[in-house]
Design a binder for this molecule. Structure first.
Ligand code: ADP
Ligand code: MG
Length: 597
């Protein structure tokens, strides 16, 4: 019999485990009969006591909130920054800039917390299946970068699971909805609005295979935000102020009540919120209408709109082209969200699956395909952010653009910037910004090269990205044939804030200034090449041109020098062109002279 592989949706809010059993994908319930397990861990004060995971851990939030860790997925693979949704007071920065959590007097890493959740799911599955399981497919948001995917892998390893595949959530969801049965060239949009993340992806079926054509989203937008806003509103009603400065236990009570009310209001037009003794003798009770909730939720829900448009544009899809829109994530149970989605895409969404279970189901199907328990079906993923290297002048040179289908292999040739250079440093970058410094620095390799004149060295750089999104970089000096290898797997990403979720948005915000900076840098490099070359040409062949021409060249040269101080890319480019033109004759004279000498 084939070795069992678990399918796991390791969600920000909830996690689910399943397996293919007797040819059928099934999701497994825990001892309380729950399939949807809150991604919550409670660390008891006495370390001898058992840690709690899931619903029982979530219940501890109202008693000892400082010992309850939630939404840890937002921290996975991240560097220190302002990250919402997790008890922010717990966040600590370790020496190397990695994020840790201080729970009571214990320090735990996001990976360890995730491993706790994974262990719980694994043990649960083993009890149900009555056998040991060692392997799993785990899903991650499409937006997760290398560092985050790798952190997910490490969490699996800590839980005693070999992660055989990291699968993007939208891809998994499409599988679960049986979109493979739609037929050739069918186009599907996956709209995933969960507790902590929002993703939207455009998929197309080609030769019986799914391709993710584009994906966009925000790793810090979800139902939690709506809970927070509603809880603030309730707190204002009850206490006269929002929860910003409330005690953690009070905060937890209000958040809990808000979440429950929000979920009830998906099926009812009004509901009763009741908070008995939330603060010693103080109690609170109020009726909340769906209308009120919708008023509070609309800013968050509206934020998903632009991502939908972006993805459609990026994939080249139009609404008429779509064969289906599928809903994923618990927050898509809100009628308001469903209305917005059908509005955006001009069609009713497919609601044939439970939106909060679809990702897990897809992970189970993929696990079944890998283990051989289900027939082969291939899935292709795309790169969430562009990958490239830093080139002269601090520019980002993209090698694998964002939204490229993986696995993929691409290469380019580079040369030395300065004569006599003994080595070329290759900085591997991830991101959408034009300037290297604004992108993530994933790693660096130094390639020794034969020293020679400027531009004489030839270094080939090849990026290959495998199906799990692990990047291998090979840099080769073509003269010596020497290779340098870099595997970006466990490398912590060297960025001091939580830029990743804002990267795409930032690149849009800065598109114009970024582009201007790129044009300026390129023009400046051109001038820096041109000026000494003109100097040299005048030295060699200056006596072969007449005074007028020489004055003309000198004037044009001054224009370039002035433009260099001016800061206008347009003017500098123009000045370069003029100088280039003015020196054409001089250049040919120089070549002539050098040939005759
Ligand atoms: P994640 O993928 O982030 O782990 P899920 O897909 O499990 O999250 O979605 C969890 C979110 O869905 C929570 O914010 C939860 O409040 C919300 N949710 C669950 N059921 C409902 C419902 N009936 N109505 C509105 N929101 C819901
Ligand atoms: Mg999810």
């Amino acid at each position: 019999m084939s070795d069992t592989i678990l399918g796991i949706d390791l969600g920000t809010t909830n996690s689910i485990v399943g397996v293919v059993d007797s040819g059928f994908p099934i999701l497994l319930a825990d001892d309380q009969g729950e399939r949807i397990i809150p991604s919550v861990v409670y660390y008891p004060a006495d370390q001898q006591d058992k840690r709690l995971v899931g619903q029982s851990a979530l219940r501890m939030r109202c008693l000892e909130p400082e010992r309850v860790v939630m939404s840890v997925k937002r921290l996975l693979g991240q560097r220190v920054g302002e990250i919402s949704g997790v008890g922010t007071s717990m966040i600590q920065r370790s020496g190397d800039g990695a994020v840790n959590l201080l729970v009571g007097d214990q320090t735990v890493s996001p990976e360890q917390v995730s491993a706790c959740i994974l262990s719980y799911l694994k043990e649960n599955a083993e009890r149900r299946l009555e056998r040991q399981v060692k392997r799993a497919v785990i899903t991650v948001p499409a937006y997760f970068n290398d560092a985050q995917r790798n952190a997910t892998r490490r969490a699996g390893a800590l839980a005693g699971l070999e992660v055989v595949r990291i699968l993007s959530e939208p891809t998994a969801a499409a599988l679960a909805y049986g979109m493979d049965k739609l037929g050739e060239r069918s186009k599907v949009v996956v709209y995933d609005f969960g507790g902590g993340t929002f993703d939207v992806s455009a998929l197309e079926m080609s030769k019986g295979v799914f391709q993710v054509m584009a994906t966009a989203g925000d790793t810090a937008l979800g139902g939690d935000d709506i809970d927070g806003a509603l809880a603030d509103e309730l707190s204002v009603m009850a206490r006269g102020s929002d929860l910003a400065n409330a005690q953690p236990t009070i905060r937890a009570r209000f958040l809990d009540a808000a979440k429950r009310a929000k979920e009830q209001l998906s099926n009812a037009s009004k509901c009763l919120v009741s908070l008995p003794f939330y603060d010693n003798g103080d109690s609170f009770e109020a009726e909340i209408t769906r209308e009120k909730l919708e008023e509070i939720a609309i800013p968050f829900i509206n934020r998903t709109k632009d991502y939908c448009r972006e993805v459609m544009d990026c994939a080249g899809f139009s609404n008429e082209d779509l064969d289906a829109v599928i809903l994923v994530g618990g927050s898509t149970r809100m009628p308001q969200v469903r209305a917005l989605v059908s509005d955006i895409f001009d069609r009713e969404a497919d609601t044939s699956q439970n939106p909060d279970e679809a990702v897990a189901l897809g992970a189970v199907i993929q696990a079944g395909v890998i283990s051989g328990a289900l027939r082969e079906m291939l899935l292709l993923d795309v790169t969430p952010l562009s990958l490239g290297i830093e080139t002269f002048g601090g520019l980002m040179n993209v090698i694998i653009p964002r939204n490229t289908t993986i696995p993929v292999k691409r290469g380019e040739m580079f040369t030395n910037a300065a004569p006599g250079q003994r080595s070329i440093k290759i900085s591997v970058l991830q991101g959408e910004r034009e300037m290297a410094r604004d992108n993530w620095r994933l790693g660096e390799i130094e390639v020794p090269c034969e020293s020679g004149s400027k531009g004489s060295a030839r270094v080939g750089v090849e990026f290959s990205l495998d199906a799990d999104g692990i990047l291998n970089v090979i840099a080769r000096d073509t003269l010596t044939g020497k290779d340098q290898l870099l595997e970006i797997r466990d490398v912590a990403v060297d960025v001091d804030d939580d830029r990743v979720e804002e990267m795409v948005q930032e690149s849009v915000d800065h598109a114009f200034s970024d582009m201007n900076e790129r044009i300026w840098t390129e023009a400046k490099m051109k001038s820096e090449e041109l000026l000494p070359a003109v100097e040299q040409a005048l030295g060699i062949a200056g006596n072969l041109i007449d005074q007028l021409e020489r004055e003309e060249i000198e004037a044009k040269r001054n224009v370039v020098k002035n433009a260099l101080n001016g800061g206008s890319a347009e003017l500098l480019r123009e000045a370069n062109k003029e100088l280039d033109l003015a020196t054409e004759n001089l250049a040919s004279k120089m070549v002539e002279k050098m040939l005759n000498d």
